[in-house]
Design a protein around this ligand. Structure first.
Ligand code: ATP
Ligand code: MG
Length: 586
Protein backbone atom coordinates (compact mmCIF):
# COMPACT_ATOMS: atom_id res chain seq x y z
CA UNK A 1 0.00 0.00 0.00
CA UNK A 2 1.18 3.50 -0.71
CA UNK A 3 3.09 5.55 1.81
CA UNK A 4 1.16 8.71 2.55
CA UNK A 5 3.00 11.94 3.20
CA UNK A 6 0.15 13.55 5.07
CA UNK A 7 -0.26 12.72 8.72
CA UNK A 8 -3.85 11.64 9.05
CA UNK A 9 -5.98 14.00 11.04
CA UNK A 10 -7.73 12.51 13.98
CA UNK A 11 -11.42 11.72 13.68
CA UNK A 12 -14.05 9.94 15.72
CA UNK A 13 -13.32 6.58 14.07
CA UNK A 14 -9.61 6.85 14.78
CA UNK A 15 -10.44 7.75 18.37
CA UNK A 16 -12.61 4.65 18.71
CA UNK A 17 -9.95 2.40 17.22
CA UNK A 18 -7.22 3.89 19.38
CA UNK A 19 -9.36 3.40 22.47
CA UNK A 20 -10.09 -0.22 21.48
CA UNK A 21 -6.42 -0.92 20.87
CA UNK A 22 -5.42 0.65 24.17
CA UNK A 23 -8.00 -1.47 26.00
CA UNK A 24 -7.11 -4.61 24.08
CA UNK A 25 -10.77 -4.89 23.14
CA UNK A 26 -10.06 -7.18 20.21
CA UNK A 27 -6.79 -8.69 21.36
CA UNK A 28 -8.23 -12.09 22.25
CA UNK A 29 -9.54 -12.85 18.77
CA UNK A 30 -8.37 -15.86 16.85
CA UNK A 31 -8.28 -16.06 13.07
CA UNK A 32 -8.21 -19.35 11.25
CA UNK A 33 -6.88 -17.87 8.00
CA UNK A 34 -10.29 -17.91 6.36
CA UNK A 35 -13.80 -16.85 7.35
CA UNK A 36 -15.85 -19.18 9.48
CA UNK A 37 -17.80 -19.74 12.68
CA UNK A 38 -16.59 -19.66 16.29
CA UNK A 39 -15.20 -23.22 16.24
CA UNK A 40 -13.32 -22.60 13.00
CA UNK A 41 -11.59 -19.51 14.36
CA UNK A 42 -10.97 -20.99 17.81
CA UNK A 43 -8.75 -23.61 16.15
CA UNK A 44 -6.66 -20.87 14.55
CA UNK A 45 -3.84 -18.71 15.90
CA UNK A 46 -4.31 -15.31 17.58
CA UNK A 47 -5.20 -12.86 14.84
CA UNK A 48 -2.06 -11.08 13.56
CA UNK A 49 -4.28 -8.22 12.37
CA UNK A 50 -4.86 -5.63 15.10
CA UNK A 51 -8.11 -4.57 13.42
CA UNK A 52 -10.17 -5.82 10.51
CA UNK A 53 -12.29 -3.52 8.39
CA UNK A 54 -14.03 -4.22 5.11
CA UNK A 55 -15.22 -2.55 1.94
CA UNK A 56 -18.44 -4.35 1.00
CA UNK A 57 -19.91 -3.21 -2.32
CA UNK A 58 -22.77 -4.94 -3.99
CA UNK A 59 -21.46 -5.94 -7.43
CA UNK A 60 -24.38 -4.28 -9.18
CA UNK A 61 -22.80 -1.16 -10.64
CA UNK A 62 -19.70 0.93 -11.05
CA UNK A 63 -17.90 2.60 -8.17
CA UNK A 64 -18.28 6.35 -7.82
CA UNK A 65 -16.49 9.12 -5.96
CA UNK A 66 -18.53 8.39 -2.83
CA UNK A 67 -17.20 4.86 -2.79
CA UNK A 68 -13.68 6.26 -3.02
CA UNK A 69 -14.28 7.93 0.35
CA UNK A 70 -15.33 4.61 1.87
CA UNK A 71 -12.41 2.76 0.24
CA UNK A 72 -9.81 5.26 1.44
CA UNK A 73 -11.38 5.21 4.88
CA UNK A 74 -11.57 1.45 5.37
CA UNK A 75 -8.30 0.51 3.68
CA UNK A 76 -6.59 3.55 5.18
CA UNK A 77 -7.59 2.67 8.75
CA UNK A 78 -6.41 -0.92 8.29
CA UNK A 79 -3.08 0.35 6.92
CA UNK A 80 -2.59 2.86 9.72
CA UNK A 81 -3.47 0.52 12.59
CA UNK A 82 -1.62 -2.60 11.51
CA UNK A 83 -4.75 -4.34 10.36
CA UNK A 84 -6.25 -5.65 7.19
CA UNK A 85 -9.19 -4.51 5.11
CA UNK A 86 -11.26 -7.16 3.43
CA UNK A 87 -12.48 -6.71 -0.11
CA UNK A 88 -15.91 -8.24 0.19
CA UNK A 89 -18.54 -8.53 -2.48
CA UNK A 90 -21.94 -8.36 -0.91
CA UNK A 91 -23.57 -10.67 -3.41
CA UNK A 92 -26.41 -12.05 -1.34
CA UNK A 93 -29.09 -10.72 -3.67
CA UNK A 94 -29.36 -13.31 -6.44
CA UNK A 95 -30.76 -11.19 -9.20
CA UNK A 96 -28.54 -8.22 -9.61
CA UNK A 97 -24.87 -9.14 -9.57
CA UNK A 98 -22.58 -9.52 -12.53
CA UNK A 99 -18.97 -10.53 -13.08
CA UNK A 100 -18.37 -7.37 -15.10
CA UNK A 101 -19.00 -5.32 -11.97
CA UNK A 102 -16.82 -7.55 -9.80
CA UNK A 103 -13.89 -6.98 -12.15
CA UNK A 104 -14.61 -3.28 -12.47
CA UNK A 105 -14.69 -2.84 -8.70
CA UNK A 106 -11.49 -4.77 -7.93
CA UNK A 107 -9.68 -2.85 -10.69
CA UNK A 108 -10.70 0.49 -9.24
CA UNK A 109 -9.77 -0.38 -5.65
CA UNK A 110 -6.32 -1.42 -6.92
CA UNK A 111 -6.14 1.74 -8.99
CA UNK A 112 -6.80 3.82 -5.87
CA UNK A 113 -3.69 2.20 -4.46
CA UNK A 114 -5.12 -0.39 -2.11
CA UNK A 115 -4.85 -4.15 -1.93
CA UNK A 116 -6.10 -7.01 0.21
CA UNK A 117 -3.05 -9.28 0.24
CA UNK A 118 -1.66 -9.56 3.74
CA UNK A 119 0.13 -12.25 5.73
CA UNK A 120 0.67 -14.09 2.44
CA UNK A 121 -3.07 -14.38 1.85
CA UNK A 122 -5.73 -12.69 -0.22
CA UNK A 123 -8.65 -11.21 1.72
CA UNK A 124 -11.08 -11.11 -1.18
CA UNK A 125 -14.40 -12.61 -0.14
CA UNK A 126 -17.86 -13.20 -1.51
CA UNK A 127 -20.74 -13.02 0.95
CA UNK A 128 -22.53 -15.75 -1.02
CA UNK A 129 -19.95 -18.24 0.18
CA UNK A 130 -21.43 -17.81 3.66
CA UNK A 131 -24.91 -18.98 2.65
CA UNK A 132 -24.43 -22.29 4.45
CA UNK A 133 -23.51 -20.53 7.67
CA UNK A 134 -26.32 -18.03 7.32
CA UNK A 135 -28.79 -20.83 6.83
CA UNK A 136 -27.46 -22.80 9.79
CA UNK A 137 -27.58 -19.66 11.95
CA UNK A 138 -31.21 -19.15 10.93
CA UNK A 139 -32.09 -22.71 11.97
CA UNK A 140 -30.39 -22.05 15.29
CA UNK A 141 -32.45 -18.88 15.80
CA UNK A 142 -35.65 -20.87 15.16
CA UNK A 143 -34.65 -23.63 17.55
CA UNK A 144 -33.73 -21.13 20.25
CA UNK A 145 -37.10 -19.39 19.91
CA UNK A 146 -35.66 -16.26 18.28
CA UNK A 147 -37.27 -16.64 14.87
CA UNK A 148 -40.47 -17.95 13.34
CA UNK A 149 -42.06 -18.57 9.98
CA UNK A 150 -44.69 -15.99 9.18
CA UNK A 151 -47.34 -16.87 6.61
CA UNK A 152 -49.03 -13.49 6.51
CA UNK A 153 -49.12 -11.82 3.14
CA UNK A 154 -46.78 -8.90 2.47
CA UNK A 155 -49.78 -6.56 2.79
CA UNK A 156 -50.79 -8.00 6.14
CA UNK A 157 -47.26 -7.68 7.41
CA UNK A 158 -47.12 -4.09 6.31
CA UNK A 159 -50.46 -3.35 7.96
CA UNK A 160 -49.36 -4.83 11.31
CA UNK A 161 -45.91 -3.24 11.39
CA UNK A 162 -47.23 -0.05 12.99
CA UNK A 163 -45.82 3.41 12.42
CA UNK A 164 -43.33 5.74 14.04
CA UNK A 165 -45.99 6.69 16.59
CA UNK A 166 -47.94 3.43 16.83
CA UNK A 167 -46.66 0.05 17.93
CA UNK A 168 -47.02 -2.94 15.64
CA UNK A 169 -49.18 -6.02 16.24
CA UNK A 170 -47.98 -9.54 16.73
CA UNK A 171 -48.40 -11.90 13.82
CA UNK A 172 -50.85 -14.77 14.42
CA UNK A 173 -47.93 -17.10 13.55
CA UNK A 174 -45.54 -15.59 16.06
CA UNK A 175 -46.02 -18.20 18.77
CA UNK A 176 -46.18 -21.30 16.60
CA UNK A 177 -43.95 -24.10 17.93
CA UNK A 178 -40.28 -23.91 16.94
CA UNK A 179 -40.51 -27.39 15.43
CA UNK A 180 -43.24 -26.22 13.07
CA UNK A 181 -41.22 -23.16 11.98
CA UNK A 182 -38.18 -25.35 11.46
CA UNK A 183 -40.08 -27.82 9.32
CA UNK A 184 -41.51 -24.99 7.21
CA UNK A 185 -38.12 -23.31 6.90
CA UNK A 186 -36.68 -26.56 5.55
CA UNK A 187 -39.58 -26.81 3.10
CA UNK A 188 -38.79 -23.29 1.98
CA UNK A 189 -35.19 -24.30 1.42
CA UNK A 190 -36.27 -27.44 -0.43
CA UNK A 191 -38.29 -25.46 -2.92
CA UNK A 192 -41.72 -26.58 -1.71
CA UNK A 193 -43.18 -23.06 -1.64
CA UNK A 194 -43.49 -20.24 -4.15
CA UNK A 195 -41.89 -16.81 -3.78
CA UNK A 196 -43.62 -14.74 -1.12
CA UNK A 197 -45.58 -17.63 0.45
CA UNK A 198 -43.84 -17.12 3.82
CA UNK A 199 -40.80 -15.52 5.36
CA UNK A 200 -38.59 -16.18 8.33
CA UNK A 201 -38.80 -13.37 10.87
CA UNK A 202 -36.71 -12.60 13.91
CA UNK A 203 -38.80 -12.60 17.08
CA UNK A 204 -37.87 -9.42 18.86
CA UNK A 205 -40.46 -6.82 19.83
CA UNK A 206 -43.42 -5.59 17.78
CA UNK A 207 -43.77 -2.62 20.13
CA UNK A 208 -40.19 -1.41 19.82
CA UNK A 209 -39.89 2.31 19.05
CA UNK A 210 -37.34 1.25 16.43
CA UNK A 211 -39.32 -0.19 13.54
CA UNK A 212 -36.30 -2.24 12.48
CA UNK A 213 -36.68 -4.24 15.69
CA UNK A 214 -40.33 -5.17 15.01
CA UNK A 215 -39.66 -8.73 13.98
CA UNK A 216 -37.69 -7.99 10.81
CA UNK A 217 -37.72 -10.55 8.01
CA UNK A 218 -34.42 -12.39 7.77
CA UNK A 219 -34.98 -15.00 5.04
CA UNK A 220 -37.21 -14.99 2.00
CA UNK A 221 -38.05 -17.38 -0.81
CA UNK A 222 -36.65 -16.42 -4.16
CA UNK A 223 -36.52 -18.91 -7.00
CA UNK A 224 -33.63 -17.31 -8.78
CA UNK A 225 -30.26 -18.34 -10.15
CA UNK A 226 -27.33 -16.82 -8.30
CA UNK A 227 -24.16 -15.88 -10.19
CA UNK A 228 -22.03 -17.81 -7.71
CA UNK A 229 -24.18 -20.53 -6.19
CA UNK A 230 -26.36 -21.20 -9.22
CA UNK A 231 -29.60 -22.99 -8.34
CA UNK A 232 -28.33 -24.38 -5.05
CA UNK A 233 -30.57 -22.06 -3.05
CA UNK A 234 -34.10 -20.78 -3.39
CA UNK A 235 -34.03 -19.00 -0.01
CA UNK A 236 -31.88 -15.94 0.44
CA UNK A 237 -30.99 -13.90 3.53
CA UNK A 238 -32.18 -10.32 3.84
CA UNK A 239 -29.42 -7.72 3.72
CA UNK A 240 -29.88 -6.61 7.33
CA UNK A 241 -29.41 -10.18 8.54
CA UNK A 242 -26.64 -11.10 6.12
CA UNK A 243 -24.43 -8.12 6.75
CA UNK A 244 -23.66 -8.60 10.47
CA UNK A 245 -23.06 -12.30 9.88
CA UNK A 246 -20.64 -11.54 7.05
CA UNK A 247 -18.72 -9.22 9.34
CA UNK A 248 -18.66 -11.78 12.13
CA UNK A 249 -17.42 -14.77 10.12
CA UNK A 250 -14.67 -12.58 8.70
CA UNK A 251 -13.57 -11.46 12.15
CA UNK A 252 -14.22 -7.83 11.30
CA UNK A 253 -13.67 -5.57 14.30
CA UNK A 254 -14.92 -2.20 13.03
CA UNK A 255 -17.76 -2.33 10.54
CA UNK A 256 -18.01 1.14 9.10
CA UNK A 257 -21.08 2.12 7.13
CA UNK A 258 -23.04 5.20 6.14
CA UNK A 259 -25.54 6.96 8.41
CA UNK A 260 -28.69 5.45 6.96
CA UNK A 261 -27.77 2.21 8.72
CA UNK A 262 -27.77 3.78 12.17
CA UNK A 263 -31.28 2.48 12.92
CA UNK A 264 -30.13 -1.00 11.95
CA UNK A 265 -27.40 -1.08 14.56
CA UNK A 266 -29.64 -2.48 17.36
CA UNK A 267 -30.59 -5.38 15.12
CA UNK A 268 -26.95 -5.85 14.09
CA UNK A 269 -25.99 -6.24 17.74
CA UNK A 270 -29.08 -8.30 18.60
CA UNK A 271 -28.52 -10.96 15.98
CA UNK A 272 -24.80 -11.32 16.70
CA UNK A 273 -25.46 -11.60 20.44
CA UNK A 274 -28.04 -14.33 19.91
CA UNK A 275 -25.63 -16.31 17.72
CA UNK A 276 -22.84 -15.86 20.26
CA UNK A 277 -25.17 -17.23 22.97
CA UNK A 278 -25.66 -20.26 20.76
CA UNK A 279 -21.93 -20.71 20.37
CA UNK A 280 -21.98 -20.08 16.62
CA UNK A 281 -19.98 -16.88 17.04
CA UNK A 282 -17.44 -15.82 19.63
CA UNK A 283 -16.88 -12.60 21.54
CA UNK A 284 -15.61 -9.98 20.89
CA UNK A 285 -18.20 -9.37 18.17
CA UNK A 286 -17.83 -6.79 15.39
CA UNK A 287 -19.15 -3.31 16.11
CA UNK A 288 -20.91 -1.11 13.59
CA UNK A 289 -20.07 2.60 13.28
CA UNK A 290 -21.75 5.08 10.99
CA UNK A 291 -20.26 8.06 9.17
CA UNK A 292 -21.71 10.67 6.84
CA UNK A 293 -21.76 9.68 3.19
CA UNK A 294 -20.11 11.95 0.69
CA UNK A 295 -22.36 14.55 -0.91
CA UNK A 296 -20.48 16.51 -3.53
CA UNK A 297 -21.72 19.68 -5.19
CA UNK A 298 -22.21 19.66 -8.98
CA UNK A 299 -22.43 15.87 -8.91
CA UNK A 300 -25.07 13.18 -8.57
CA UNK A 301 -23.98 9.98 -6.85
CA UNK A 302 -27.18 7.97 -6.75
CA UNK A 303 -26.86 4.76 -8.71
CA UNK A 304 -30.33 5.23 -10.19
CA UNK A 305 -29.41 8.61 -11.61
CA UNK A 306 -26.06 7.44 -12.90
CA UNK A 307 -27.85 4.65 -14.76
CA UNK A 308 -30.25 7.20 -16.24
CA UNK A 309 -27.42 9.42 -17.42
CA UNK A 310 -25.91 6.47 -19.26
CA UNK A 311 -29.13 4.94 -20.60
CA UNK A 312 -30.57 8.24 -21.81
CA UNK A 313 -27.22 9.01 -23.42
CA UNK A 314 -26.55 12.27 -21.64
CA UNK A 315 -23.01 10.88 -21.44
CA UNK A 316 -21.12 8.34 -23.52
CA UNK A 317 -21.14 5.47 -21.05
CA UNK A 318 -20.04 4.71 -17.50
CA UNK A 319 -16.49 5.75 -18.22
CA UNK A 320 -17.35 9.05 -19.84
CA UNK A 321 -14.78 11.48 -18.41
CA UNK A 322 -17.61 13.67 -17.09
CA UNK A 323 -19.13 10.86 -15.02
CA UNK A 324 -18.50 10.81 -11.26
CA UNK A 325 -17.62 7.14 -11.56
CA UNK A 326 -14.05 6.11 -10.81
CA UNK A 327 -13.64 4.71 -14.33
CA UNK A 328 -14.79 8.08 -15.63
CA UNK A 329 -12.50 9.99 -13.28
CA UNK A 330 -9.57 7.87 -14.41
CA UNK A 331 -10.20 8.71 -18.06
CA UNK A 332 -10.60 12.32 -17.02
CA UNK A 333 -7.04 12.20 -15.67
CA UNK A 334 -7.91 12.34 -11.97
CA UNK A 335 -5.20 10.71 -9.88
CA UNK A 336 -5.37 8.06 -7.16
CA UNK A 337 -3.11 10.31 -5.06
CA UNK A 338 -5.64 13.10 -5.51
CA UNK A 339 -8.48 10.91 -4.27
CA UNK A 340 -6.48 9.82 -1.24
CA UNK A 341 -5.61 13.42 -0.45
CA UNK A 342 -9.28 14.37 -0.89
CA UNK A 343 -10.45 11.62 1.48
CA UNK A 344 -7.91 12.78 4.04
CA UNK A 345 -8.83 16.42 3.64
CA UNK A 346 -12.60 16.03 3.94
CA UNK A 347 -12.22 13.64 6.87
CA UNK A 348 -15.14 11.74 8.33
CA UNK A 349 -18.00 13.20 10.26
CA UNK A 350 -21.12 11.97 11.99
CA UNK A 351 -23.45 14.46 10.32
CA UNK A 352 -24.32 14.88 6.67
CA UNK A 353 -22.97 17.87 4.82
CA UNK A 354 -22.03 19.00 1.32
CA UNK A 355 -18.46 19.03 0.12
CA UNK A 356 -17.54 21.64 -2.48
CA UNK A 357 -16.47 20.18 -5.79
CA UNK A 358 -13.54 22.62 -5.87
CA UNK A 359 -12.00 20.75 -2.94
CA UNK A 360 -11.75 17.64 -5.10
CA UNK A 361 -10.42 19.67 -8.02
CA UNK A 362 -7.84 21.34 -5.81
CA UNK A 363 -6.63 17.94 -4.62
CA UNK A 364 -6.23 16.90 -8.24
CA UNK A 365 -4.38 20.13 -9.06
CA UNK A 366 -2.06 19.65 -6.12
CA UNK A 367 -1.11 16.11 -7.01
CA UNK A 368 -0.84 16.88 -10.71
CA UNK A 369 1.27 19.94 -10.08
CA UNK A 370 3.74 17.62 -8.37
CA UNK A 371 3.74 14.81 -10.87
CA UNK A 372 2.81 16.14 -14.29
CA UNK A 373 5.51 17.25 -16.72
CA UNK A 374 4.96 20.53 -18.48
CA UNK A 375 4.27 20.72 -22.19
CA UNK A 376 3.14 23.37 -24.63
CA UNK A 377 -0.16 23.22 -26.44
CA UNK A 378 -1.92 25.90 -28.44
CA UNK A 379 -5.63 25.31 -28.06
CA UNK A 380 -6.97 28.08 -30.30
CA UNK A 381 -4.22 28.44 -32.92
CA UNK A 382 -3.42 31.65 -34.76
CA UNK A 383 -0.45 31.87 -37.12
CA UNK A 384 2.49 34.09 -36.12
CA UNK A 385 5.08 34.86 -38.81
CA UNK A 386 8.55 36.06 -37.78
CA UNK A 387 9.34 38.04 -40.90
CA UNK A 388 13.05 38.53 -40.18
CA UNK A 389 13.65 34.83 -39.44
CA UNK A 390 15.10 32.85 -42.37
CA UNK A 391 12.60 30.74 -44.27
CA UNK A 392 14.30 27.34 -44.04
CA UNK A 393 15.93 27.69 -40.68
CA UNK A 394 14.97 26.20 -37.37
CA UNK A 395 16.72 26.04 -34.00
CA UNK A 396 16.38 24.40 -30.63
CA UNK A 397 14.94 26.11 -27.59
CA UNK A 398 15.03 24.33 -24.23
CA UNK A 399 12.09 24.08 -21.88
CA UNK A 400 12.22 22.59 -18.38
CA UNK A 401 10.00 19.54 -17.89
CA UNK A 402 9.07 20.70 -14.42
CA UNK A 403 9.84 24.16 -13.02
CA UNK A 404 10.30 22.87 -9.45
CA UNK A 405 12.14 19.70 -10.42
CA UNK A 406 15.30 20.45 -12.39
CA UNK A 407 16.23 16.78 -12.09
CA UNK A 408 13.53 16.02 -14.65
CA UNK A 409 15.64 17.83 -17.22
CA UNK A 410 14.74 19.85 -20.26
CA UNK A 411 13.39 19.01 -23.65
CA UNK A 412 13.97 20.53 -27.03
CA UNK A 413 11.30 22.79 -28.44
CA UNK A 414 12.06 23.67 -32.06
CA UNK A 415 11.54 27.24 -33.25
CA UNK A 416 11.10 28.29 -36.87
CA UNK A 417 9.73 31.16 -38.93
CA UNK A 418 6.05 30.28 -38.56
CA UNK A 419 4.55 29.54 -35.19
CA UNK A 420 1.15 28.87 -33.68
CA UNK A 421 0.12 31.14 -30.83
CA UNK A 422 -3.17 31.45 -28.93
CA UNK A 423 -5.69 33.65 -30.66
CA UNK A 424 -6.32 35.47 -27.39
CA UNK A 425 -2.64 36.40 -27.15
CA UNK A 426 -3.08 38.94 -29.95
CA UNK A 427 -5.27 42.04 -29.97
CA UNK A 428 -5.34 44.48 -32.81
CA UNK A 429 -6.67 47.08 -30.43
CA UNK A 430 -5.50 46.12 -26.97
CA UNK A 431 -7.83 46.62 -24.02
CA UNK A 432 -6.38 48.52 -21.07
CA UNK A 433 -3.69 46.57 -19.24
CA UNK A 434 -3.14 44.11 -22.09
CA UNK A 435 0.50 42.99 -22.11
CA UNK A 436 0.45 40.48 -24.92
CA UNK A 437 0.83 41.00 -28.67
CA UNK A 438 -0.48 44.13 -30.37
CA UNK A 439 1.08 46.21 -33.10
CA UNK A 440 4.21 47.92 -31.78
CA UNK A 441 4.39 45.86 -28.56
CA UNK A 442 7.12 43.50 -27.52
CA UNK A 443 6.66 40.18 -25.74
CA UNK A 444 8.82 37.18 -25.06
CA UNK A 445 8.22 33.92 -26.85
CA UNK A 446 8.54 31.62 -23.86
CA UNK A 447 11.95 29.82 -23.91
CA UNK A 448 12.77 31.79 -27.09
CA UNK A 449 13.26 35.36 -28.23
CA UNK A 450 11.73 38.73 -27.62
CA UNK A 451 9.62 39.72 -30.62
CA UNK A 452 8.01 42.95 -31.70
CA UNK A 453 4.61 42.88 -33.35
CA UNK A 454 4.39 44.63 -36.71
CA UNK A 455 0.77 44.00 -37.72
CA UNK A 456 -1.69 41.38 -38.88
CA UNK A 457 -3.50 39.95 -41.92
CA UNK A 458 -7.26 39.54 -42.11
CA UNK A 459 -9.67 37.61 -44.28
CA UNK A 460 -12.60 39.19 -46.13
CA UNK A 461 -14.75 39.04 -42.96
CA UNK A 462 -12.20 40.98 -40.97
CA UNK A 463 -11.06 37.96 -38.99
CA UNK A 464 -7.37 37.96 -38.12
CA UNK A 465 -5.67 35.06 -39.91
CA UNK A 466 -2.00 35.80 -39.23
CA UNK A 467 0.10 38.06 -37.05
CA UNK A 468 3.46 39.43 -38.13
CA UNK A 469 6.50 40.27 -36.05
CA UNK A 470 10.28 40.59 -36.03
CA UNK A 471 12.52 38.93 -33.50
CA UNK A 472 15.43 40.49 -31.63
CA UNK A 473 18.31 38.06 -32.29
CA UNK A 474 20.32 38.73 -29.11
CA UNK A 475 17.49 38.06 -26.66
CA UNK A 476 17.21 34.27 -26.62
CA UNK A 477 16.29 32.78 -23.23
CA UNK A 478 19.27 31.25 -21.50
CA UNK A 479 21.81 33.47 -23.29
CA UNK A 480 23.60 36.45 -21.74
CA UNK A 481 21.49 38.88 -23.75
CA UNK A 482 18.21 37.44 -22.56
CA UNK A 483 17.59 40.13 -19.99
CA UNK A 484 18.83 43.06 -22.06
CA UNK A 485 15.29 43.92 -23.00
CA UNK A 486 12.50 43.86 -20.44
CA UNK A 487 9.00 42.89 -21.56
CA UNK A 488 5.81 42.40 -19.63
CA UNK A 489 4.22 39.67 -21.72
CA UNK A 490 5.39 36.08 -22.11
CA UNK A 491 3.42 33.92 -24.52
CA UNK A 492 3.59 30.25 -25.44
CA UNK A 493 3.87 28.95 -28.99
CA UNK A 494 4.67 25.91 -31.08
CA UNK A 495 6.51 25.77 -34.37
CA UNK A 496 3.99 25.23 -37.18
CA UNK A 497 6.38 23.03 -39.13
CA UNK A 498 6.97 20.76 -36.13
CA UNK A 499 3.63 20.80 -34.34
CA UNK A 500 1.12 17.98 -34.31
CA UNK A 501 -2.58 18.67 -34.67
CA UNK A 502 -4.47 16.56 -32.15
CA UNK A 503 -8.03 16.34 -30.87
CA UNK A 504 -8.44 17.79 -27.40
CA UNK A 505 -11.59 17.51 -25.30
CA UNK A 506 -12.18 20.43 -23.00
CA UNK A 507 -14.25 18.87 -20.25
CA UNK A 508 -16.09 20.87 -17.70
CA UNK A 509 -18.56 20.03 -14.96
CA UNK A 510 -21.48 17.84 -15.98
CA UNK A 511 -23.98 19.91 -13.98
CA UNK A 512 -24.21 23.67 -13.98
CA UNK A 513 -25.75 24.04 -10.52
CA UNK A 514 -24.25 23.00 -7.20
CA UNK A 515 -27.26 20.91 -6.15
CA UNK A 516 -28.60 19.14 -9.24
CA UNK A 517 -32.32 18.54 -8.90
CA UNK A 518 -32.64 20.49 -5.65
CA UNK A 519 -36.13 21.57 -4.67
CA UNK A 520 -38.64 20.17 -7.14
CA UNK A 521 -36.46 20.58 -10.22
CA UNK A 522 -35.54 17.64 -12.40
CA UNK A 523 -31.81 17.09 -12.00
CA UNK A 524 -31.55 16.58 -15.76
CA UNK A 525 -32.55 20.22 -16.22
CA UNK A 526 -29.37 21.13 -14.38
CA UNK A 527 -27.10 19.43 -16.91
CA UNK A 528 -24.39 21.79 -18.15
CA UNK A 529 -24.90 22.17 -21.92
CA UNK A 530 -21.19 23.02 -22.29
CA UNK A 531 -19.71 20.13 -20.37
CA UNK A 532 -17.48 19.20 -23.28
CA UNK A 533 -16.01 21.05 -26.22
CA UNK A 534 -13.95 19.19 -28.78
CA UNK A 535 -11.20 21.12 -30.53
CA UNK A 536 -8.12 20.51 -32.63
CA UNK A 537 -5.06 21.87 -30.89
CA UNK A 538 -1.48 22.32 -32.04
CA UNK A 539 0.89 20.49 -29.73
CA UNK A 540 4.64 20.63 -29.35
CA UNK A 541 6.36 17.68 -31.03
CA UNK A 542 7.46 16.03 -27.75
CA UNK A 543 3.80 15.12 -27.21
CA UNK A 544 3.86 12.81 -30.23
CA UNK A 545 5.35 10.13 -27.99
CA UNK A 546 2.84 10.50 -25.14
CA UNK A 547 1.48 7.20 -23.88
CA UNK A 548 -2.08 6.38 -22.86
CA UNK A 549 -2.95 7.66 -19.37
CA UNK A 550 0.13 9.90 -19.27
CA UNK A 551 -0.70 13.24 -17.67
CA UNK A 552 0.73 16.65 -18.49
CA UNK A 553 0.30 20.23 -17.57
CA UNK A 554 -0.28 22.27 -20.72
CA UNK A 555 1.31 25.54 -19.69
CA UNK A 556 -1.21 28.25 -18.90
CA UNK A 557 -4.14 25.89 -19.67
CA UNK A 558 -4.39 23.15 -17.11
CA UNK A 559 -3.86 19.42 -16.76
CA UNK A 560 -4.50 16.99 -19.57
CA UNK A 561 -4.37 13.22 -19.93
CA UNK A 562 -3.83 11.03 -22.95
CA UNK A 563 -6.93 9.09 -23.87
CA UNK A 564 -8.02 7.45 -27.07
CA UNK A 565 -10.74 8.46 -29.43
CA UNK A 566 -13.15 5.64 -28.59
CA UNK A 567 -11.98 5.22 -25.02
CA UNK A 568 -10.22 1.92 -25.67
CA UNK A 569 -7.82 1.93 -28.57
CA UNK A 570 -7.34 4.05 -31.61
CA UNK A 571 -6.15 7.55 -32.20
CA UNK A 572 -4.79 9.37 -29.17
CA UNK A 573 -6.66 12.41 -27.90
CA UNK A 574 -6.14 14.59 -24.85
CA UNK A 575 -8.77 15.11 -22.17
CA UNK A 576 -8.70 18.16 -19.99
CA UNK A 577 -8.64 17.01 -16.38
CA UNK A 578 -8.91 20.40 -14.71
CA UNK A 579 -7.96 23.98 -15.47
CA UNK A 580 -5.11 25.62 -13.57
CA UNK A 581 -7.48 27.85 -11.68
CA UNK A 582 -11.08 27.51 -10.69
CA UNK A 583 -13.31 29.26 -13.21
CA UNK A 584 -16.46 28.51 -11.22
CA UNK A 585 -15.69 30.55 -8.13
CA UNK A 586 -18.12 33.44 -7.90
P1 ATP B 1 -26.97 1.04 -3.60
O1 ATP B 1 -27.16 0.83 -2.12
O2 ATP B 1 -27.85 2.05 -4.22
O3 ATP B 1 -26.87 -0.23 -4.36
P2 ATP B 1 -24.39 2.06 -2.86
O4 ATP B 1 -23.78 3.25 -3.51
O5 ATP B 1 -24.75 2.13 -1.44
O6 ATP B 1 -25.57 1.71 -3.79
P3 ATP B 1 -22.86 -0.28 -2.22
O7 ATP B 1 -22.30 -1.25 -3.16
O8 ATP B 1 -23.85 -0.76 -1.25
O9 ATP B 1 -23.45 0.85 -3.13
O10 ATP B 1 -21.71 0.52 -1.47
C1 ATP B 1 -20.53 -0.04 -0.99
C2 ATP B 1 -20.00 0.77 0.15
O11 ATP B 1 -19.75 2.10 -0.27
C3 ATP B 1 -20.97 0.83 1.29
O12 ATP B 1 -20.29 0.41 2.46
C4 ATP B 1 -21.38 2.27 1.41
O13 ATP B 1 -21.44 2.66 2.73
C5 ATP B 1 -20.26 3.01 0.68
N1 ATP B 1 -20.79 4.20 0.00
C6 ATP B 1 -21.69 4.24 -1.00
N2 ATP B 1 -21.97 5.52 -1.34
C7 ATP B 1 -21.20 6.31 -0.56
C8 ATP B 1 -21.02 7.73 -0.42
N3 ATP B 1 -21.69 8.61 -1.18
N4 ATP B 1 -20.13 8.18 0.49
C9 ATP B 1 -19.45 7.31 1.26
N5 ATP B 1 -19.57 5.98 1.18
C10 ATP B 1 -20.43 5.46 0.30
MG1 MG C 1 -25.77 0.22 -0.52
Amino acid sequence: MPEEKVTPASNFLRNIIERDLAQGAFASRHWAGSPGDAAHHAAGAPDPAKIRTRFPPEPNGYLHIGHAKSICLNFGLARDYDGVCHMRFDDTNPEKEEQEYVDGITNMVHWLGFGWEKYGKSHLYFASSYFDFMYRAAEYLIEAGHAYIDQQSADEMRATRGTLTEPGKNSPWRDRPAAESLALFREMRDGKHPDGAMVLRAKIDMTSPNINMRDPAIYRIKHATHHNTGDQWCVYPMYTYAHPLEDAVEGVTHSICTLEFEDQRPFYDWVLERLAEGGLLAHPLPKQYEFARLNLTYVVLSKRRLIELVEQEHVNGWDDPRMPTLVGAKRRGYTPEGFRLFAERIGVAKADSWIEYTILEDCMRETLNESAERRIAVLDPLKLVIDNYPQDQSEDCHAPNHPQKPELGKRVVPLSRELWIEREDFAEEPPKGYFRLFPGNRVRLRYGYVIECTGCEKDEHGKVIAVHCNYLPDTKSGTPGADSIKVKGNIHWVSAAHACAVEVRLYDRLFKGPHPGAGDRNYLDDLNPDSVKTITAQLEPALKDAKPEERFQFERHGYFVVDSKDGVTGEPVFNRTVTLRDAWQK
